[in-house]
Design a protein around this ligand. Structure first.
Ligand SMILES: *Cc1c(COP(=O)(O)O)cnc(C)c1O
Length: 441
């Protein structure tokens, strides 16, 4: 037996409540705050709150804590870098960590062509930079993105985001010349219906409708795509979809930008979700799990399109030396066994979720790659009507008992634990989710 999950006082306990009250008084009202978890420390897949409750974490701070909490190799790398120097500005000066990380990312990116790398502080900053690079490189203005997409929250990135209307409300006008098209959401596809095989209707509509009626493809700089939609509901497009998008881009000289901010760095059992299809994007974006929680992201671009000249883009903090050290240590761990663990544990987890689906009719769809698994909840399997209240009750009920979960899309449970999970963690999470679903039925 392990010492987690272990609830000693119903959360939020008295110490947690004090922090929540203070936070509510002073922090900006835009924060969501999914549930009153007040963290004191973490180790591996365990998170402890300020009242001594211990939780099993199956959300990893939104797929960020890839190596778990406090991995000794990551913490040692961070401490060593911090002891040396905290900052010098990688846009203006040199240090080994930045050169090493850029080389490392260029070498592990999909495809064989030479890459160049720009380091950022976040996912949204990577999206922002990619919009600029795509326009600069093609001298075209239009951008295509997908319904349900999430690319970040700064003004340019949020213009591509299309997951919740609230993220746009009151902030307009947003970036002009951004066009949204349907994503390959098999479970809710408007083109294939219930046909067993994908008809590629959602790709066809880009040419037959958008390009034919609204937009000259030669004005399009880039198509931004999440190879697996994250915030949109852990939506996995059918095999061949990314390749078809790649072909479409090649027909018109459009750049393919893969936003792997959530799906990258080993989470799906390969370094990048693009690797499952052997597709080489022109630009690949990473962030979230890259630094194990330290803020760092990257724009990895083919050298042939990395046309921006000296001084055309930059970042004061991007590629901070302490964050570079965390990212290098993270990549060592991901390549040194965690990617295989994501394959093994992902198989165990998805088999378990499929078994749950046999007992619980509220589970409409189960999909996943590695440790990026979505369990979509519905009111009725025949109508496929989403069940957001049920998702809410499942997440809150699990929190009360010591399991940290998070939803995505309208009513999908996202399972994105740290990549260090083991049999005990997976079986415990499955048992707890099954028990909650049994109660809620
Ligand atoms: C989270 C996310 C972003 C935004 O990253 P931030 O670091 O929150 O700015 C962009 N794209 C995808 C796919 C994401 O999941």
């Amino acid at each position: 037996m392990r010492d987690y999950p272990r609830i000693v006082i119903p959360p939020p306990g008295p110490k947690a409540q004090a922090v929540v009250r203070r936070d509510e008084q002073w922090t900006a009202g835009c924060y969501i705050k999914e549930y009153p978890l007040v963290v004191a420390r973490g180790r591996g897949t365990m998170v402890e709150d300020v009242d001594g409750n211990r939780f099993l974490d199956f959300m990893a701070g939104i797929a960020v804590c890839s190596t778990g909490y406090g991995h000794p190799k990551v913490v040692a790398a961070v401490k060593e870098a911090a002891d040396n120097f905290l900052h010098i500005c990688g846009s203006d000066f040199y240090y080994e960590g930045m050169a090493a990380l850029c080389e490392r990312l260029a070498r592990v990116a999909p495809g064989s062509s030479k890459k160049r790398v720009f380091l950022t502080n976040s996912g949204t900053e990577a999206t922002e930079g990619a919009i600029k690079l795509a326009r600069h490189s093609t001298r075209r203005t239009a951008i295509i993105a997908f319904r349900g997409a999430f690319h970040g929250r700064t003004t340019g990135a949020v213009s591509l985001t299309s997951s919740k209307a609230r993220q746009h409300a009151g902030f307009g006008p947003l970036l002009p010349d951004v066009h949204h098209v349907p994503f390959a959401y098999r479970y809710r596809c408007q083109f294939c219906g219930d046909k067993p095989d994908c008809t590629r209707g959602c790709i066809e509509v880009i040419e037959k409708d958008l390009f034919a009626r609204h937009l000259d493809p030669h004005d399009v700089a880039a198509i931004f795509v999440e190879p697996i939609q994250g915030e949109g509901g852990y939506v996995i497009p059918p095999d061949g979809y990314l390749r078809a998008l790649r072909d479409l881009c090649d027909r018109y000289g459009i750049l393919l930008v893969a936003d792997e901010v959530q799906s990258g760095v080993g989470r799906t059992g390969k370094m990048w979700a693009c690797d499952h299809e052997g597709v080489e994007p022109d630009i690949l974006l990473t962030a979230k799990g890259l630094g194990s929680g330290m803020p760092i992201g990257a724009i990895i671009a083919k050298e042939s399109i990395s046309t921006w000249e000296t001084g055309s883009h930059g970042s004061t903090f991007g590629g901070n030396p302490v964050c570079c050290a965390a990212a290098l240590a993270t990549l060592d761990l991901v390549e040194g066994g965690l990617m295989e663990n994501a394959v093994r544990m992902g198989a165990r987890l998805i088999a378990g979720v499929r078994a749950l689906a046999e007992r619980h009719p509220c589970i409409g769809d189960v999909r996943g790659r590695g440790l990026m698994i979505g369990m979509e909840l519905v009111k009725d399997r025949a109508t496929r009507e989403p069940a957001p209240e049920l998702l809410h009750d499942l997440v809150m009920g699990s929190f009360a008992r010591g399991l940290l979960l998070l939803g995505a899309g309208k009513s999908t449970l996202r399972l994105a634990p740290p990549l260090v999970v083991d049999d005990y963690d997976v079986d415990t999470a499955l048992e707890m989710i099954g028990a909650r679903l049994g109660e809620l039925a």
